[in-house]
Design a protein around this ligand. Sequence first.
Ligand code: 2M8
Length: 426
Amino acid sequence: MDDPRTPDLHEAARAILARNDRGGYTVPTDRLYPFQWNWDSAFVAMGFATFDVDRAYRELERLVEGQWDDGMIPHIVFHAPSDTYFPGPEVWGTSHGVPTSGITQPPVFGMALKQIHEAARVAGRPDANDRTRVLYRAALRSHRWWLTARDPEGLGLAAILHPWESGSDNSPAWDEAMARVPTTTTTVIRRKDTGHVDAAMRPRDVDYQRFIHLVDTYRGCGWAPARQWQSAPFKIADVQMTGILARATADLADLAEELGTEEEQTELAALLQRLRDGLARRWRPDLGRFVSLDLISGQDITAPTQAGFMPLLALNLDAGQRQAVAAEIGRWCAGMVVGLPSTAPSSPAFEPKRYWRGPVWAVVNWLIAKGLRANGLDDLARGLERGTVAAIERVGFCEYFDPTTGEGLGGDAFSWTAASYLVLGR
Ligand code: 2M8
């Protein structure tokens, strides 16, 4: 049931999802992001699952319309044309039936599927097993793609070849690696984002030149995973991606017990172990967090970003690690109006209003709180969740928040913020 204190905001959250519905799939927000985005849709599906299980399934079903034959679920599915976003399908030049981008995004899908399946069971839906099974098979194929395409060297870590894959597009974590990427492009860059929101909140032009250089490079590889792996000028084994992939693998393993074969159960257990081992090696006790690995320079990426806490989604920390993580998160949140900043405020790279370089993101808090709770850090988890709900209640369903002032930033009437409210504000 709705929280009696704020029934209108629950209604408002549902109204945003309805308003951003384009026919079974939900755009992140009107105009700024006019297509279906991969991890946005997984969060949105969990939001729908709190009140409309059928629509929750639909969200994921529409996303897998974009799944490639090799198993990859693309980061954008261009179901219908729009001229308010760059880069559109013509820049990607992929060859899937429904036009899609050529890269992927964090596989929250498996987590969402488990949650929807549970909601469907609770609701006593007779179609639960059949609908879940189809999506489970799609998720399994995508996890196999992750393993072969993005961990060919068996590190137990999922690599990204483009910052957009991480979902944290201009994070300071990518600064050093992106500085090596040329700014030349064969595609003419026609940014649309800065026509919708203040340029000071968005990535810079030079970031876009590098983003598009990478797109040009991979399009030139015909989007073939092995060729991309060979020619990638940006290749990072990302602990955020791996933490999410591992959590989603654990959730798929649970579903496999009910809906999969014994071989699949064994396969998923082995994948989960491989990812957990890979993540465990990325812990840095002196930093109190996990670090990504730059596969081109061979160096640790020590920039303090939210990614360092995502492995909690899939690991059982020991007492020393738990204490170190709690202390580190405490330092990041000290003096902030809203936590958790996506970059530590003590870092020279911290910019409280610029996109993934400092602002607070509701879905990040959602995931990190889940990881904290799985590790017995319940008070900290509750604090993050309540802080997120309170931030939304103060300024509305904006894309992200300035941690130093609580101001709402970026796009408004934002789908994943509405979904976060429905799930965290229950
Ligand atoms: C942002 O990314 C897109 C590219 O994928 C963009 O800026 O054009 C990120 O915040 C990403 O995490 C998110 O999925 C997407 C849609 O909300 O917007």
